[in-house]
Design a protein around this ligand. Structure first.
Ligand SMILES: *Cc1c(COP(=O)(O)O)cnc(C)c1O
Length: 382
């Protein structure tokens, strides 16, 4: 079976984790700040807050930006459920913006229209969370303009996009957003097994997220109410969680970061090769954007008769997948009042989408096998 995505773990990664196991700290030691510093340096951003998943990072990012009952978060239906669910964790309502059918990203024209209507009805979002789907950044400049006009904050769901660039700047630099969130799940670009991280240029947002990841506790006298009572003293000033990343995970992430450029280079090579190999087949291929260098987390093709093509590929040992089932069509979201037809372009995209294998350890021969199986599957359906 050729999987759709796979982690790449080498001897150095293993040694890094073993070193932590033999050290004094399995958690709350030096590896977490070292990993955070490596990501901050890569992203050219002041602050990085590592947590146990991107889902947790989204949750504390929304909380830090004031998302609460009565507030609203908007994202796209073409995402993993976590982007929307994290807003529900805060007691907020979720709305969606439809996607651009050529890029599979948030359609900023649709966003502009919905903002105009929401302003009239007094239902503007507190946060808009675009998803850099497949590793391709949305047009952050235009999104920033809309944020300034309507007064919402931006949390980039950059789960797919470490190593990607927008206008030659690393995704995660937060030049146009408040917070960006990465995932280090094994299928993503680099891995810590489970893990996530939030970047920001704002010291106050960073400090708040640092508190929220560990019970809402601070040890900084500056952030306490009243004076510290001594060296042992800490204060819980808000309700937080245990969302901490372990030092074993951070050491793995730090080791993986050394090969980030290599991972991205191979993903780009494979994506370019797919573009060429698929040119003769009746499939839609991912768009390229002038402003964005994708990290190529996913390579999504569009095919007629998706179900038959999907089944044929799985039968041929090709681990294809589908990203994503529109979030608003999940039963939990239907119970909240969403229905088929609400976001027609995300739904039409979903009907034809297949993610074909793409990961740095994939050989050219693996890729040729995927394309050959796809060619056969398409013949059988036409
Ligand atoms: C993977 C993913 C998440 C969740 O990441 P975890 O680290 O598994 O919590 C959120 N959003 C998107 C777009 C993702 O792909």
């Amino acid at each position: 079976m050729i999987p759709y995505g796979r982690q790449d773990i080498d001897k150095a990664d293993i040694d890094a984790v073993v070193d932590v196991l033999q050290s004094d700290f399995l958690t709350q030691g030096p590896a977490v700040p070292a990993f955070e510093a490596a990501i901050a340096a890569h992203c050219d951003v002041a602050h990085a807050v590592a947590v146990n998943s991107a889902t947790s990072a989204l949750h504390i990012a929304y909380l830090a930006l004031g998302v609460a009952p009565g507030k609203i978060v908007w994202t796209v239906p073409n995402t993993f459920v976590a982007t929307a669910n994290a807003a529900h964790y805060c007691g907020a309502d979720v709305g969606f913006v439809d996607i651009d059918p050529s890029t599979y990203l948030m359609d900023l024209n649709d966003l502009a229209k919905r903002l105009e209507a929401a302003e009239k009805s007094g239902r503007l979002p507190t946060v808009v969370s675009p998803v850099h789907f497949g590793g391709m950044s949305v047009d952050m400049r235009r999104l920033r303009e809309l944020a300034d006009q309507y007064g919402f904050a931006i949390v980039e769901d950059a789960s797919h996009a470490i190593g990607a660039e927008y206008e030659r700047r690393p995704v995660g630099c937060c030049l146009w957003s408040d917070i960006a969130v990465f995932s280090f799940h094994p299928v993503k670009i680099i891995t810590t097994a489970e893990g996530g991280l939030a970047t920001t240029r704002d010291a106050e947002l960073a400090a708040t997220m640092q508190e929220l990841r560990t019970h809402g506790i601070t040890r900084d006298p500056e952030r306490m109410r009243g004076p510290s009572e001594g060296g042992w003293y800490y204060q819980q000033t808000k309700l937080g969680f245990n969302y901490r990343m372990t030092d074993m995970q951070a050491a793995l992430g730090l080791s993986q970061m050394k090969r980030l450029d290599q991972f991205i280079a191979r993903r780009r090579e494979l994506a370019n090769r797919y573009d060429q190999l698929l040119a003769g087949l009746p499939v839609g291929r991912p768009a390229r954007l002038e402003s964005s260098e994708s990290s190529w987390h996913l390579y999504v093709i569009q095919v007629p008769e998706r179900r038959r093509v999907f089944d044929a590929l799985r039968e041929a040992g090709i681990g294809v997948n589908v990203h994503y089932i529109p979030v608003h069509l999940q039963p939990f979201y239907r119970d909240l009042g969403f229905s088929p037809g609400d976001y027609p372009r995300a739904e039409a995209y979903y009907e034809q989408a297949i993610s074909i294998p793409l990961y740095p350890g994939m050989s050219d021969a693996d890729q040729d096998a995927v394309v050959a199986a796809l060619g056969k599957a398409l013949e059988a359906t036409s």
